[in-house]
Design a protein around this ligand. Structure first.
Ligand SMILES: [Zn+2]
Length: 394
């Protein structure tokens, strides 16, 4: 059994026991065996190990957990982005453009895109990345999207209910029947989660409830795209169905915030349903940001994710999302870093990632900086010096 000691860590973010909400330890070391953290403590008292990685006084954090990404697609929508920046509004209608390109692509083309984006994110410190389907929207194309996604992540999500495809435009009830029937049956073997885009122009609350309930009955966990473009019943539907996460949360009523706060665990460890905020989408659609402060003040657990997709948020950078959350959403740097690591883990109902405590997976990043503060303080700068996943450098 080979052990690795990461030592001489100037500032270690554990998200466990330690100083402040990030559980910070100074002059720390982490011992890794078999891909797991087995010991955390002062560098001066570190046990011997077979190998050593000297962090050189830099900051070390848990790897980012990006709990919301759409990576299985073909084509890009740079021209649509440019048009939007010139004043055209975002309606979600461009999703159908990507559906056409995705259906026309070969498996190898889709696989190459997923691997490229997964690799790009990993180099930027993302050690866990959820991947959704949702640009196939036929039984065969959704199944192959998830099969390909599952090659790169265990956190895969069936999003056959992303939009109603053009061929079903006049009969959305029939499309919901397809999603709940043969499409779910073909997708479920490769999926851990089911998701719906519950929004005007996509799926209403009744359709979303039907689809999520079918997914739940097939053994999938529930997540939902809700309240992105306007107010609606999506967040409260997510709470009703015990969703792990309600994502976007840009337009919330007091009742929505109360419903989320009502899922609080009795031990004070936050809410069972997480609000996942996706500031890359507001950035890329020039839209008002969600009010993170309001959710945090109500006791709601908040995660940050990229929403990486070719239309409304083509970034794979969690550090960029941290910087946006701090600058635009009134989160403190500590709250944003927690949301991008432990918060993402909560949004996936995982307790083995997003933390650097004994028993956790040895997923970590070494920054080219003395403190996690630099992630927001130095936006756009590549600060990830080294990434480790399962105790090895990928
Ligand atoms: Zn999304």
């Amino acid at each position: 059994m080979s052990s690795l000691l990461v030592d001489n860590i100037g500032e270690l973010v554990t998200n466990g026991a330690g100083e402040g909400p990030l559980g910070i330890r100074r002059d720390a070391a982490v011992l890794v065996e078999e891909g797991r953290v087995v010991w955390v403590g002062p560098s001066a008292y570190a046990p011997p190990a077979d190998r050593r990685l000297d962090a050189g006084g830099a900051a070390v954090l848990p790897g980012f957990v990006d709990s919301h990404a759409h990576l299985v697609f073909a084509g890009d929508r740079a021209a649509e982005f440019a048009a939007r920046m010139a004043g055209e509004p975002y309606t979600g209608g461009g999703i159908r453009t990507t559906v056409g390109a995705t259906r026309a692509a070969t498996d190898d083309e889709l696989r190459a895109t997923v691997r490229r984006l997964r690799g790009e994110a990993l180099r930027q410190g993302t050690t866990t990345m959820e991947i959704k389907s949702g640009y196939g929207l036929t039984v065969a194309d959704e199944a192959r999207s998830l099969r390909i996604a599952a090659e790169s992540s265990t956190e895969t999500t069936f999003l056959g209910a992303h939009v109603v495809p053009a061929e079903y435009a006049d009969r959305p009830d029939d499309y919901v029947g397809l999603v709940c029937g043969p499409m779910l049956a073909a997708a479920a073997p490769y999926a851990k989660w089911v998701d719906v885009f519950c929004e005007r122009g996509a799926f209403d609350v009744d359709h979303a409830r039907a689809i999520l309930a079918c997914g739940q009955a097939a053994g999938l966990g529930v997540r939902i795209h809700a309240n992105q473009l306007g107010p609606g019943g999506g967040v409260q539907l997510g709470v009703e169905l015990d969703a792990a996460s309600v994502d976007h949360c840009t337009h919330l009523s007091d009742a929505d915030v109360d419903a989320l706060a009502g899922t609080a665990h009795s031990d004070g460890s936050g809410t069972r349903t997480v609000a996942t905020l996706l500031p890359g989408a507001e950035f890329s659609t020039r839209s008002p940001y969600p009010d993170a402060r309001r959710l945090l003040d109500a006791g709601v657990t908040v995660a940050l994710a990229t929403d990486c997709n070719p239309g409304s948020s083509y970034t794979s950078s969690m550090a960029f999302c941290v910087a946006l959350a701090v600058r635009e959403m009134r989160m403190t740097p500590a709250e944003a870093v927690w949301a991008a690591t432990a918060g993402g883990a909560r949004a996936l109902r995982r307790d083995d990632i997003g933390v650097l405590t004994p028993g956790a997976r040895a997923d970590l990043v070494v920054l080219d900086a003395p403190s996690y503060l630099h992630l927001a303080y130095r936006p756009g700068v590549p600060l990830i010096r080294q990434v480790m996943r399962n105790g090895v450098t990928p």
